[in-house]
Design a protein around this ligand. Structure first.
Ligand code: ADP
Ligand code: MG
Length: 209
């Protein structure tokens, strides 16, 4: 059985991850593959409980390192109990956020050294990196404006503009360092154009070009 492909979708709030994951998944399914769609933090019952602790409590300050370790604890459940079993069964996996989010938010945003984050990543998921990471990119103001009208912001979404500016810059640095894995898509353009770029990426991965 051919192993499934692992795709992560990254970017700051409001850049269009949820919107474009739908397009991505439909395109992969149309090519004849099964797809597991998952998101982080979350993806399994245990990981979902950790997500609640991480994002929805406000009764005690969260030390930066605790935030990082909880993110990776949740990721460990998702990788071991959902992502890798699916890939081994030939199912493709699309994950809304993965380790690049830890690098960008806890590293770029909070200032935890990337060497620490990458060493924990090596420990938690070894070489189970995505085959492809789609970085959806837009200026912070645009993301904020688009995200603005939806539900109450969670603990991390309440951060200030300069935090998300650092997160975005860190994402772009990761893309510059790992051009073979990370593809940047400018989502300030009309949705139709973004959708066409995503379809082309899927066609490349399915060998359908
Ligand atoms: N390329 C685009 N042009 C205009 N609006 C967009 C575009 N991509 C996404 N949106 C809109 O922006 C909002 C936030 O998108 P969403 O997919 O929820 O972002 P995320 O999941 O990254 O936070 C949604 O209302 C969506 O319709
Ligand atoms: Mg979303």
């Amino acid at each position: 059985m051919e192993r499934g492909k692992f795709i992560s979708v990254e970017g700051i709030e409001g850049v269009g991850k949820s919107t474009n994951i739908e397009v991505l998944v439909r395109r992969i399914e149309a090519a004849g593959y099964e797809v597991l769609t998952t998101h982080e933090p979350g993806g399994t019952p245990y990981a979902k409980d950790i997500r609640d602790i991480l994002l929805n409590r406000s009764d005690e300050p969260v030390p930066e390192i605790a935030e990082l370790l909880l993110m990776f604890a949740a990721r460990s459940f998702n990788v071991n109990n959902a992502i890798v079993p699916a890939l081994e069964a030939g199912t493709w996996v699309v994950c809304d956020r993965f380790t690049d989010s830890s690098r960008a938010y806890q590293g770029g945003g909070r200032g935890i050294p990337l060497e620490i984050i990458d060493s924990i990543a090596g420990w938690v998921h070894g070489d189970a990196w995505p085959d492809l990471t789609i970085l959806l990119d837009a200026p912070v103001e645009i993301g904020m404006a688009r995200a603005g009208t939806r539900s109450e912001p969670d603990r991390i979404e309440q951060e200030r503009h300069d935090f998300f500016q650092r997160v975005r810059e860190c994402y772009l640095q990761i893309a510059a360092r790992e051009p073979g894995r990370v593809v940047v898509i400018d989502t300030t353009r009309p949705l139709g154009e973004v959708r066409a770029d995503i379809a082309a990426l899927v066609d490349r991965l399915t060998g359908n070009v």
